[in-house]
Design a protein around this ligand. Structure first.
Ligand SMILES: *Cc1c(COP(=O)(O)O)cnc(C)c1O
Length: 239
C-alpha cells in the first residue's frame, strides 16, 4: 500500500466509525446514511484511490477542477455530485459528468440544467440548496434558496425534462439565527424535507453535515453527509 492509500484508508475508517456511532446513537440503520467524499482541490489520483477503497460517491464544487478530474476517472464506478455555486455558463460542462447537482437554487439555473440535460440525453438529479440564513425571499451568502422559495422551485424542477427532483441540501449557516446551532439547522432542513415530500414523495434525499458536524446531521435525519477534510486532510487552499 502506498503512504497516501494507507492515509486515506485510515481516515475513511475513522469517518466510517463516526457515521456508524452517530447512526447507533440515533437509532438509525447504517444503510440509511450515504457518505459522499468531497474531493475538491485534491487530485484525480486520490479519487482513484478512494474508489479502490470502496467510495461510491464523490463531490466537487468548481467545474474548472471537477471536469478534468471526472474525465480522468470515467472508468471508475463513481457517482459525481456537484455541490458548489453554479453559474449558468458552466452548466453544459457540469451536466457532462454530474449525476446529481446539489446546489440548485434559482429558476434560471433549473432552465439551463434542463436544457443541457435534454441536449446530452442525460437525467440529472437535483437537490434544492436551502439557505437557512436567507431573508424571507432572498438568497444565502453562499447560495441557496430561502425556505419560502422551495415549493415553487421544486415544482419547476419536477416539471422540467431531463431533471429529477431528489431532495434538499444545506450547509450549516455561519450567520443568522442558526449560526453555531447545527443541530437546530439540520432539524429545520428535515422539517422542510417533510413538507417537500407531501407533494414530491420520491424527493427524499437530505444532504447535510460535513467533517465538523456530521454527527448532528445524522442525528437530525440526514440521508447523505458530505465529508472532505476528515477523509482527505486539510485543503491546501480555499475551496
Ligand atoms: C467543502 C464542502 C464540504 C466538505 O467540507 P469539509 O469540512 O471539508 O468536510 C461539504 N459541502 C460543501 C458544499 C462543500 O463545499
Amino acid at each position: 500500500m502506498t503512504d497516501r492509500k494507507a492515509e486515506l484508508a485510515a481516515n475513511l475508517a475513522k469517518v466510517e466509525e463516526r457515521i456508524a456511532a452517530a447512526c447507533a446513537a440515533a437509532g438509525r440503520k447504517r444503510e440509511e446514511v450515504t457518505l459522499i467524499v468531497v474531493t475538491k482541490t485534491y487530485p484525480a489520483s486520490d479519487v482513484r484511490i478512494l474508489s479502490g477503497l470502496g467510495v461510491r460517491h464523490v463531490a466537487e464544487n468548481r467545474d474548472q477542477d471537477a471536469a478534468p478530474k471526472a474525465a480522468e476517472c470515467t472508468d471508475l464506478p463513481l457517482n459525481w455530485h456537484f455541490v458548489g455555486q453554479l453559474q449558468t455558463n458552466k452548466v453544459r460542462s457540469v451536466v457532462g459528468y454530474a449525476d446529481v447537482v446539489q446546489s440548485v437554487d434559482r429558476s434560471k439555473l433549473v432552465d439551463a440544467l434542463s436544457r443541457e440535460a435534454v441536449r446530452a440525453g442525460r437525467e440529472v438529479g437535483c437537490l434544492l440548496q436551502v439557505a437557512l440564513d436567507a431573508g424571507a425571499s432572498g438568497r444565502g451568502e453562499r447560495g441557496g434558496v430561502a425556505p419560502g422559495g422551495i415549493e415553487e422551485l421544486a415544482a419547476l424542477v419536477a416539471g422540467s425534462p431531463g431533471l429529477r427532483l431528489d431532495g434538499l441540501m444545506t450547509v450549516a449557516p455561519l450567520t443568522g439565527e442558526y449560526a453555531g446551532r447545527q443541530r437546530a439547522a439540520f432539524e429545520r432542513l428535515m422539517d422542510l424535507s417533510t413538507d417537500l415530500r407531501r407533494a414530491h414523495p420520491a424527493a427524499n434525499m437530505v444532504s447535510a453535515g460535513m467533517s465538523a458536524d456530521l454527527e448532528e446531521a445524522v442525528a437530525a435525519g440526514a440521508t447523505h453527509v458530505r465529508v472532505g477534510t476528515a477523509v482527505l486532510g486539510v485543503r491546501p487552499r480555499l475551496g
